[in-house]
Design a protein around this ligand. Structure first.
Ligand SMILES: [Zn+2]
Length: 80
């Protein structure tokens, strides 16, 4: 398994997805969820996909790990 970081195009996602990912964050510096992030960058390592950006509140880096299946680029956040 390679740990090479492969850039992906966050802006290829549809607007609702972008808005959701930008608002659904966890900041370890603020110790708070959903503060939001700016300057998102999406990348994959192995079969995991991450979006990293800057916390809206404190400017520290925040990373969101996406849970998705194959590389179909679609992620649905469904409540159980
Ligand atoms: Zn923060």
């Amino acid at each position: 398994m390679s740990d090479e970081r492969i850039p992906r195009d966050f802006y290829a996602r549809d607007g609702e997805e972008q808005a959701a990912f930008l608002s659904q964050t966890w900041c370890q510096n603020c110790m708070a969820a959903d503060l939001g992030m700016t300057n998102p960058e999406e990348y994959a390592i192995g079969d995991r996909v991450y979006i990293t950006g800057s916390c809206v509140q404190c400017g520290q880096p925040v990373t969101t790990e996406l849970i998705e299946g194959d590389d179909d680029g679609y992620y649905e956040d469904e409540a159980p």
